[in-house]
Structure formats: C-alpha cells, structure tokens
Design a protein around this ligand. Sequence first.
Ligand SMILES: [Fe+2]
Ligand SMILES: [Fe+2]
Length: 181
Amino acid sequence: MAAASPATKTKAQTKAKSPARRTRNTGRRDPLAVVLLKQDHREVEAWFDEYEQLDNDREKLALFNKIALALKVHTQIEEEILYPAERGEVEDDMLDEAYVEHDGAKKLIAELEAMKPSDEFYDAKVKVLGEYIKHHVKEEEQPGGIFAQAKKGDEDLDALGERLKARKQELMAQHGRSAAH
Ligand SMILES: [Fe+2]
Ligand SMILES: [Fe+2]
C-alpha cells in the first residue's frame, strides 16, 4: 500500500534545495539523480558525526539502526539503478570498486547488527564504517568520479533520479514494515 509514511521523509535535507533542474548533461547544476544521492550522503555523514557525541547505549543503537537502514537502501538503489545504467559511461574499474566498497560496508553493518553497543569494539566499528563510507562517497562525488563521469554521459539523470526516488520509497516502506515489532 502506498500509505503516507512521514517517518521516511528527511525534511531538513529535502527543503534545502529544489532538486529537479532541466539541465541535460552540460550545465553546472546537478541532475536529480545526483541531487538525491548527495542528499543521502550528507544525511548519513551527519549521523556518523552525531554518533560520536553519544554515550547512551540505547541512543547509540537507535542511531546505528537508522544509519544501517539508510546505507542498505542507498547502496541497493545505486546497485539496482545507477551503477547498471552507468556501465559503459563510467570507467569499469571505478564501478567495480564501488560494488566492492558497498560489499565491505555491508559486511561491517552485518557484524555490528550482531553486536550490542556495550560490546568491545562496537564504537570502533561504527567509526571505521563511517570513515569507509566517507571514502566511498568521495569516490562518487570527486571531480572525475562516478557522478562526474555519469554527468558527462548520455543517460538522462533526471529520469533516473525519479526511478531512484520511487525505489527508495518502496524499500524504506518494506524495511519499515519488517523492522516493526
Ligand atoms: Fe555508492
Ligand atoms: Fe552513494
């Protein structure tokens, strides 16, 4: 069901910029796909910073769960939609490395999900996951990186952005349902 689920919206982030811009692949403004993915990156980076300020285990667990869900959904929509569409537009090595980095992040997330915040190395693992993600995000966003190469290609990144957005909503709703207990 497409019931409204306000909990999945990130208001502060979506308000900041009005996304859809009709610049094809030329202008300096980002197309929708890049706007949306960058918003996800900023959101999760802020949560990693926030995590470092916490010392309550319940709050740590809640924030980590939020980070884990965001990362799972984000990596999934990139792997299902963005990366395959960019095969041929973006250097193969760069895309291959992105998949491998996603896998590395997923393994760390799975390890953390099997732990409790009071466990030894829990905080360290969250910290390393954050650094890992920051590195990966840089590979996507830096000049000459995945997004920059994608913007030079023929793919319509506004249309792709609509697909990313729809799939993200669907996955957030699915995860939201299975997490409710
Ligand atoms: Fe990625
Ligand atoms: Fe990304």
